[in-house]
Design a protein around this ligand. Structure first.
Ligand code: DC
Length: 238
């Protein structure tokens, strides 16, 4: 088990769900949190919020150094989640009081989030917040390094995976449903491969399965099957 950087005691069970994009991780986590009455912490939204703010800053000051700018944003911004049941999604991310939820899913923010997430100082700046959110207990955190770095002491850990083709297919369906100008299958697949490469090869907290995580390949499973399998394992272990 890798070492945790921040020692805050857990006040209840914590579940860690890691894995690359397109494995059904986010939807499964949302559904599990609802069914179990747990808080859902989407840690990717934190990196996306930083990515969005850096891009916004770049528009005003184009010459500014990317890494310095990302570190500055990560250290100074106040990030928090709030639930707004009347909105979709209900789990909202706020940066300095501003709701960024509907602005952080564009392809440009997605790629920038991956870039900022490779900067060690950005990861360090977000670690305490993630740890505090989970330590309240009855929390499910999803991300890339939850079981390895943020909560090596999580009560149940999952690592979801799926073939690149299947993940690209799912992503394309999502993009088409969102009404965006759908790119080709090959373009979506290339972007997934590129993001996986960045997320898995970065020096700090790369995407990797914790030794004690339960690995689940979702390529051949429906979302209902994924959720049912995970829920059964969680109930057995808690
Ligand atoms: O899960 P997502 O696609 O919303 O995450 C956006 C980016 O943030 C992704 O490229 C990986 C990064 N990330 C990370 O490095 N560590 C996390 N715990 C969560 C996300």
């Amino acid at each position: 088990m890798e070492k945790s950087f921040v020692k805050v005691p857990k006040m209840g069970p914590v579940i860690a769900i890691d894995g690359p994009a397109g494995t059904g991780k986010s939807t499964a986590t949302r559904r599990l949190a609802d069914q179990l009455g747990f808080v859902h912490v989407d840690t990717g939204a934190l990196y996306r919020a930083i990515g969005f703010l850096v891009l916004e800053k770049e528009r005003v000051e184009p010459a500014v150094d990317f890494v310095a700018s990302a570190v500055d944003v990560a250290r100074s911004v106040h990030l928090e989640f709030q639930r707004s049941p009347e909105k979709n999604p209900a789990n909202r991310i706020f940066a300095n009081g501003r709701d960024l939820t509907d602005l952080i899913r564009t392809p440009q923010v997605t790629m920038t989030a991956s870039r900022v997430s490779s900067i060690p100082e950005v990861r360090a700046a977000l670690l305490g917040l993630q740890r505090r959110l989970g330590c309240q207990g009855r929390a499910i955190l999803e991300g890339r390094d939850i079981g390895t770095v943020v909560f090596p002491d999580a009560d149940v850990k999952f690592f979801l995976n799926a073939s690149v083709d299947e993940r690209a297919k799912r992503r394309l369906i999502e993009l088409e449903a969102a009404g965006s100008d759908a790119p080709s299958f090959e373009e979506v697949k290339a972007q997934i491969v590129e993001r996986d490469r960045g997320d898995s090869t970065r020096a700090v907290a790369p995407l990797k399965k914790a030794q004690d995580a339960i690995e689940l390949d979702t390529s051949q499973l429906t979302l209902d099957q994924v959720v049912a399998t995970m829920e059964k394992l969680i109930v057995e272990r808690l």
